[in-house]
Design a protein around this ligand. Structure first.
Ligand SMILES: [Fe+2]
Length: 355
C-alpha cells in the first residue's frame, strides 16, 4: 500500500486501510473501490490523505502505533472525562490511568522507537486529538530518554490530561479560526493553572506529578514561558518532555486557524528552540528520533524523480530506504530499484505527500 494526498486519488483506486469516524464507525472499508461520490464526501470531511492499495507496493508495511480499538477507547474515555469536567461533575481518574497503561504497553512492544506521526485526527475535536497524540509522542520520547516503564505510564497519564484546564475556556476561543485578541490569549493562558487546580484535588497516587505536568507544560527553560516563568530544572522533567511534544503536535496537526506544518519545518522549529523554549538534552533526543518520513509516503527527489519510502533506518531516520517510482520525465522505473538514501548523499528529498 502507499499513502497519497486525497487530491491525487482517482476514482477506481482501492482503499487499503479502513477509514474510521471518531466514534469508531467504519466510514469506508478497506478494499472499497473509490468513486467520485466517495471522494466528494471525503473532501467534505477534510480527509487529507488515504492509504491506497497498489500491487507494486503491496510488500510495504505501514506501521500503526496504536490499535484502532485502543485509540477509540482512549478518545471515548477522554471525551467523557472532559465532558464531566465541563459540566462540573466529578470524574474518575482510574479509567484515564488504565488507558495510559494500555497505550504504553502497546507502544513498548514496537520494534522501532522513531517518533512518527500517529495519523490520529478526528477533525471535530482538536483538544482530544491533541491530547492523545501528545500522549503517544511523549511516551515514545520518554522511552527514548530511558525512563522506566512505571514512569512512562505516569508521563502518558499526564500527557493525556495536560490540557484539561481548557475545559474551563469558552470553546469559541479554543476553536477560533482567526488570530486571538490579547484578552482571549490571556484567558487561554489560564488553562495550565485551571488544569492543576482540577487535578491536584484528585488525591490519587499519581496526582501530584500529573497535576504539575498540566501546570508546567507551557513553561520554557529560559524562563519566558507561562504561567510562572519557571526556568531550567525548576520545571519538572516530565513537563520538559511534554513541552516539546506539545509544540510538535500543535504544529504538525491541523488547527482551525492554520494548516498542518510540514515535518521538515516542525524539525526546524524544535531545533531552533533548543536551550530556550525546550530542554536541550531531551530536545536533541527528540530530534534524533523524529522521523520526517514514514513507509508508504511518496517523496520527490532533487533529481526530479519520484519514489516511495520503504523503511526507516534506526540510526538515520531522515535518510530512509526508498523505491524509485518514476524518472524525471514521468516514465516508470522498470524494474523498480531500491536505494538507501544514507548511501547516496547526492540524492535528497525535496517534498513529500504529507499535507
Ligand atoms: Fe496547553
Amino acid at each position: 500500500m502507499r499513502q497519497i494526498r486525497l487530491t491525487e486519488v482517482h476514482p477506481g483506486m482501492i482503499l487499503a486501510r479502513n477509514l474510521y469516524s471518531r466514534k469508531g464507525h467504519i466510514l469506508l472499508a478497506s478494499g472499497v473501490r473509490l468513486t467520485e461520490v466517495y471522494l466528494h464526501k471525503l473532501r467534505r470531511l477534510k480527509v487529507k490523505t488515504l492509504f491506497i492499495h497498489d500491487e507494486s507496493y503491496a510488500d510495504i508495511a505501514i506501521p500503526e502505533y496504536l490499535s484502532i480499538e485502543t485509540q477509540q477507547r482512549a478518545l471515548s474515555i477522554l471525551s467523557s472525562t472532559m465532558e464531566k469536567i465541563h459540566n462540573k461533575e466529578t470524574f474518575s481518574i482510574d479509567s484515564i490511568s488504565n488507558i495510559a497503561s494500555a497505550i504504553v504497553e502497546e507502544l513498548i512492544i514496537q520494534p522501532s522507537i522513531s517518533i512518527q506521526l500517529t495519523g490520529i485526527a478526528t477533525h471535530d475535536d482538536y483538544t482530544l486529538d491533541h491530547s492523545l497524540n501528545c500522549a503517544v509522542y511523549t511516551a515514545l520520547l520518554a522511552r527514548s530518554c530511558d525512563f522506566t516503564i512505571p514512569q512512562i505510564k505516569e508521563i502518558t497519564c499526564g500527557a493525556l490530561l495536560h490540557d484539561v484546564g481548557k475545559m474551563k475556556v469558552d470553546k469559541r476561543i479554543i476553536n477560533k479560526p482567526d488570530r486571538l485578541t490579547e484578552k482571549e490569549f490571556g484567558i487561554i493562558k489560564q488553562h495550565p493553572q485551571s488544569g492543576f487546580n482540577l487535578l491536584v484535588k484528585k488525591r490519587w497516587e499519581l496526582s501530584s506529578l500529573v497535576a504539575h505536568m498540566a501546570w508546567q507544560h507551557h513553561e520554557k527553560v529560559d524562563g519566558t514561558g507561562y504561567p510562572r516563568g519557571l526556568q531550567g530544572e525548576e520545571i519538572l522533567n516530565y513537563a520538559r518532555l511534554l513541552a516539546i511534544t506539545d509544540v510538535y503536535e500543535a504544529i504538525t496537526g491541523c488547527r482551525p486557524y492554520r494548516k498542518a506544518m510540514k515535518l521538515e519545518e516542525a524539525y526546524t522549529i524544535i531545533h531552533s528552540g533548543l536551550g530556550t523554549a525546550f530542554d536541550e538534552h531531551f530536545g536533541n533526543i527528540f530530534l534524533s528520533r523524529m522521523a520526517l518520513y514514514f513507509p508508504g509516503m511518496e517523496v520527490s527527489l532533487n533529481t526530479g524523480e519520484k519514489a516511495i519510502v520503504v523503511s526507516l533506518c534506526e540510526n538515520t531516520p531522515r535518510q530512509p530506504r526508498i523505491r524509485m517510482m518514476t524518472h524525471p520525465d514521468g516514465t516508470s522505473y522498470s524494474p523498480p530499484i531500491e536505494i538507501n538514501l544514507a548511501e547516496n548523499p547526492h540524492l535528497s528529498i525535496v517534498s513529500t505527500s504529507h499535507i
